[in-house]
Each structure stands twice: as C-alpha cells, then as structure tokens.
Design a protein around this ligand. Sequence first.
Ligand SMILES: Cc1cc2nc3c(=O)[nH]c(=O)nc-3n(C[C@H](O)[C@H](O)[C@H](O)COP(=O)(O)OP(=O)(O)OC[C@H]3O[C@@H](n4cnc5c(N)ncnc54)[C@H](O)[C@@H]3O)c2cc1C
Length: 468
Amino acid sequence: MSATSTRALHIADERPLHRLTTQVLVVGGGAAGVAAAVTAARRRLDVTLVERYGFCGGGAVAGMSGTICGLYMASDSPDAMPQPLVHGFAAEFADRMTAAGGLTPPVRYGKTFSLVHDPLVWRSVADRLLADAGVRVLFHALATEVLVEGGERVGGVQAFTKQGKFRIEAALTIDATGDADLFAMAGLPTSTGHDGVVQNPTMMFRIQGVDVDRFLAAHGSDAIMGDAVSRKIVELNAAGVYRLPRAKVFLFRTPRSGELLCNCTRIIGADGRELNPIVARDFSEAEIEGRKQAAEYARFFRDHLAGCENSWINDTGVQVGVRQTRQISGVKTLANDDVVAGRKFETGVARSAWPIELHAGARPRLAWLIDDYYEIPYECFVPQHGESLLAAGRCLSAEHEAMASARVTAQCFSYGHAIGHAAAIAVHDNVAPRHVEGVAVRAALDRDGAQLGSVPKRATIGEPVAQV
Ligand SMILES: Cc1cc2nc3c(=O)[nH]c(=O)nc-3n(C[C@H](O)[C@H](O)[C@H](O)COP(=O)(O)OP(=O)(O)OC[C@H]3O[C@@H](n4cnc5c(N)ncnc54)[C@H](O)[C@@H]3O)c2cc1C
C-alpha cells in the first residue's frame, strides 16, 4: 500500500453517540474509585462509575497485587501484635471481605502486617457495595476524552464502549484512573516518577498445589523471604541455572488452600531500560516479559522451596501490576520528608504507616516508619489548575519516594472515602472543590468512623504540625 493513500483517510465512527448526565462521575473502579463512588452515593448524589474492565479492583484485582497493605502500624518488636491504624471505608471493605471468606487474618510483612485477599471475592464485594449505594456502573467503558469548558473546567468524559461512545456530563468528575488519565487528556500538569523514571512494574502470579504448612515450617511466617532464599537465587543465577532478576521475593499464603501469592518479578526492557506502563511499547513488553519471569520463578520454587515441589502457576494478573505512572500536580505535594518525619496536617484526610517501599534497581528498598504515622492532606487531591475535578488514589500529588509509601490499598480506599465526601460537599453546597475545607472532609470521615481524631489547634490549613 502506498504511503500517499493516508492523505485520503479520515476518522470515522458512525455509531450513534449516547448521552448521560450525572452529578458525580468517577472514572476508574480501583480501591479509590469504589470508595469514592460509594461514599458520594451514600450522600444521596447521582453517581456514575466508569471502568475499563468488567470488574472493579484495578491494581488489587486486575494487577493481582493481592494484599490489603497499610491498615496497621509498624513496630520493631518481633512479638508486636497487629495494631490497627486505618479505619473507615478501608476497614469496612476488609470486614466485608472477611465475612465473605475472602481475606486472611493478618500476615506478617517485615515490621508490620497485611491481609491477603481473594481477587474473585474482591470483585463481588465491590459489586454489592456499589449496588447497595445505588451507583450506576458502566463496565467495559474506557474514558478516551475529557469534556472541557473554558479551558480549565472539566465537565465529564467521553467513553468508548462496544455500543458506541458515551458522552457523560457531570457536575464533578473524579479521576481515579491511577494514571491521572483525565488530567493528561485535559492538558493539566502532571509529573512522572523521578525525572521520568517510575518504579518498575511486576507481574504478580499465584501458585497452587503448595503444601503450605510445610512451606511455612521451612521458611517462616514472614511473607518477605529470608536471606537464605535470596542467596540461593543469586548463586543459581550466577551459575546460569535460572534467570531471576529479583533476589528479594515476597510470598504470601492466601485464603485459598494450597496456594501462595507471588510478588517476585522485576520487569525491565530487553535493552535494560526501566519500563513506563503509560508508554504503549513498554506496557506490551512488560506483559510478555512478566509472563516469562513468572514461569522462571515458579520453576525455581518447585526445585528449591520446601512445600512447593508439586506446585504450578494457577494464574497471572489480568495485566502487569503498575505501581506508578503520572501524579497530578496538586495544591499540596506530599513530600518525602512528610513521610519520614511522620507529619500530621490540619487537613489530613488519611493516615499511613506503610514503609517507603521502592521497587527500583535489583532489590526493593524498604524504609520503615516505626511506632508513628503520617497524614495525607486533602490538598494533595486538589489540582493546581483545573476546576470541577478531583483526583483519588495512587495518582495523588506526591514526590517519588513519598508515593512509594502512600500508594498502597488501605490508603487508596481512604483517599476515595475522603474524595467522595469532598465531592458531596462541593455538589451539595455548590462550591468549587478547591474551596471545600479539608477540615470539613476530615469531620465527615470521622462521622463514618475513620477515627482521624480532632484537628490540631496550632496548625493552619495545609501546614504540618509536629504531633497530634
Ligand atoms: C505489583 C504490585 C504489587 C502491589 N502490592 C500491594 C500489596 O501487596 N498491598 C497493597 O495494599 N498494595 C499493593 N500494591 C499497590 C496497590 O495495588 C495499588 O496502588 C492500588 O490498587 C491503587 O489503587 P487505585 O484505585 O489508586 O488505582 P488502580 O488500582 O490502578 O485503579 C484504577 C482503575 O481505573 C481503571 N482505569 C484506568 N484508566 C481508565 C480509563 N481511561 N477509563 C476507564 N477506566 C480506567 C483501571 O482499570 C482500574 O480499575 C501493589 C501494586 C503493584 C503494582
């Protein structure tokens, strides 16, 4: 075909455009999007949730990240019991998962604990919560354009479906895509990682056929495998027996019998470059490389880990797990120092004690916050530019290392919970999201049992205080 023929091409989609109007539009049904949609709908708003897959859960389900991290404090004591830190929607979701048989009791993860979930149960629990709250859910719908008015006001999106495009107009739009897709589409400022380099993606997988009791007896109950396993990997890599690019591996028992969830792979490009999943070529390469590495790790486990001799890969993620892509540029950016210093804010709407868990280089780096926590202020979700638009979830405004702590599931639930309330205040009171007071959001969260506590007297809005 000659190149000149392209001149005759024009864009066509002759299917009719469908129209929908809603008060609050949530794009993305991960932990943050589900929490935001349910919270706004519980406050008697008409809410529509648009999700590209046929189920909710995002990184936790399609990416099979597999555990709810971030619910507990961290301690140096090896005998410490799980000490709950995060309440509200995150705890409600966890309780419902437990009631449905889809969540383990706390599993030790270094100096803290996490809860391992069944991704199928996650989907059903989310379905039920959304239905009970009266959220209109549009699955298999990919937001492809934003509707913009006067340069900066976002009034909804257009979404691709097999039926044709949907034009969804909204009084307030929440970007819970994880990737800040709507901000990028609207041309609003975003940032990406450390000088454009993001944490590497991981292909999560599950192995079945494991004798879990024997595995635990041999390797202990901490999901972070000990140095003996890491040394074996390094030694056998050097001998050319395996190609295992990450020596520190995390293996979790799950609510299903005979199963381990495996967070092991480290995916980089064939030419050694770090892959960025919003680059189409990188995303494709990551999927293929991820599946290859999953098979190689599963072979190593079969050959060398007690209890895994007869195991096999049961499943990999629907997509490679994406830790980090774009962050919005917010009115406040969560600084690395806010995390390390355990800062609390008058407008704090979520708490975290999760370590900075940086997946870059050959070994994930963990920096713990012991017996303390930090807060994430409302302004991290309010864009510097752009109206009628809020962010929720891992695309919050945060520096690179801060994001490596603030991105886990319990916190993403908390962000969605907060932003659902902020949306309700904005729509009910007819104020711009940037004029919603973070202290009012905090109070609304506490009425739902978030237990954030009283606002420190000395702080001014957005300024850190030493301690509450
Ligand atoms: C490998 C890996 C391991 C992890 N391990 C853990 C762990 O053990 N414990 C833990 O708590 N956390 C873990 N995390 C982090 C956690 O899974 C995520 O940070 C969290 O799920 C993010 O939630 P979110 O709602 O912000 O975004 P996401 O979960 O990314 O959800 C975004 C949703 O938006 C949808 N979407 C995106 N773009 C569009 C669009 N244009 N139109 C429509 N829909 C769209 C997506 O399909 C998705 O459902 C891990 C992450 C990775 C990658």
